[in-house]
Design a protein around this ligand. Structure first.
Ligand SMILES: [Zn+2]
Length: 375
């Protein structure tokens, strides 16, 4: 199936790196979640994702499929032109940006509007870290953070949490005393002028719990990073099955939970949750385009085994370089086309149902979930 006519709602991605930072950034590191020097300088080049991507980026930029030639051509074309080509080839109807990733080194969110209408996801750990750095007391912090969750800019369409990276998905009900003790420890760091990193379980759990309460009041979705990611996370605690107490909690029954990254390798687990809980959604980002072709097809197939089509969302999880937006969109359409074609051959769906499924997954489901304007 050729899905090139379907515009994509990229329901989770990140801002591009500013050109002055891009110059000092090791290009291969955009192709791996690892950050150890040997991974970036050596091992990443041995991955299928890197090798396949070099060929595809070279074809888009019109150069030789080698890293050297690509870097040279990027330099010659310039940042804006490379970005323009990637986004034009990707074909987005809308992009939802989590702009809390490397916030001091990326382009402003509004700048990305030149490629497609951009909406924001509020990364709550980033908001909390900023507030802890300024708030002298717990009550000042609590008040400021609650206000941040409520007084949202009109372009914010959902919340995003990276608790999987920090302290894991087994979120417990808030323990105010333990959270305050963690707050005091972070305040001491702030007073010493150290950079804050919110990775104290009682306080991280408190932050997510307050966010879920705000999401319930406002009827907004919350995106959870789940499954694989950089080695900051303990993959055992990134299994979405740990979310069960939150999913079962009566106060959060109306909050849409969006499980990012196909929860890879816990993809079937995520698909199961979306099949049995009315308020759980799954997303294909990062699994597409980071995996091999067979791996990407696995993720789409694993969801379609059980998950309602209306619960499957698409994103690129692109970050830092525009090529990842292009690769994500390209492979999203291709893999979905391949897998849906097979479901028709199997007699699982009719051709018309497969067409409708492609449009739902690439665009309509996210449009409905985030109440985005129609095209
Ligand atoms: Zn992300």
């Amino acid at each position: 199936m050729d899905l090139s006519a379907i515009p994509i709602v990229d329901q989770h991605a990140h801002n591009l790196l500013r050109p002055e930072h891009a110059r000092t950034f090791a290009y291969p590191s955009a192709f791996t979640e690892g950050y150890a020097a040997e991974v970036v300088t050596h091992h990443v080049r041995e991955t299928i994702f890197f090798r396949r991507s070099m060929r595809e980026i070279a074809a888009l930029l019109g150069c030789e499929p080698t890293l050297e030639s690509i870097l040279e051509t990027r330099e010659r074309l310039g940042f804006e032109e490379v970005a323009r080509r990637c986004f034009a080839a990707a074909g987005f109807q809308a992009i939802l940006l989590d702009d809390g990733f490397m916030p001091d080194q990326v382009m402003p969110t509004a700048w990305h509007n030149r490629f497609a209408p951009v909406y924001r996801l509020l990364r709550v750990e980033f908001v909390a870290e900023r507030r802890i750095a300024e708030a002298p007391t717990w009550s000042a912090f609590e008040e400021a953070f609650r206000a941040d969750l409520e007084a949202l800019d009109p372009e914010v369409v959902g919340y995003k949490t990276i608790i999987a990276y920090r302290t894991g998905l087994a979120v417990e009900p808030p323990d105010s005393e333990a959270a305050q003790a963690a707050f005091r420890a972070l305040r001491q760091q702030a007073e010493r002028g150290e950079r804050l990193r919110l990775a104290h379980k009682p306080l991280n759990d408190w932050v997510v719990w307050r966010t879920l309460e705000a999401a319930a009041r406002r009827g907004l979705p919350i995106q959870f990073h789940t499954g694989f990611g950089d080695p900051d996370l303990d993959l055992r605690w990134a299994n979405p099955l740990h979310l069960r107490p939150l999913l079962e909690h009566p106060d959060f029954r109306r909050v849409p939970f969006v499980l990012l990254h196909a929860s890879y390798p816990y993809t079937r687990e995520a698909g199961y949750l979306a099949a049995v809980y009315p308020h759980v959604y799954v997303d294909l980002g990062l699994a597409i385009p980071f995996l091999s072709r067979a791996g990407m097809a696995f993720a789409v197939r694993a969801f379609l085994e059980l998950t309602p089509i209306s619960k499957i969302l698409f994103s690129t999880d692109a970050h830092l370089i525009p090529e990842l937006f292009y690769l994500g969109a390209r492979w999203g359409r291709r893999i979905l086309g391949d897998v849906l074609e097979a479901t028709v051959a199997d007699g699982d769906l009719t051709a018309a149902e497969a067409e409708a499924a492609a449009e739902a997954i690439l665009c309509r489901n996210a449009q409905t979930l985030y109440a985005l304007p129609d095209r």
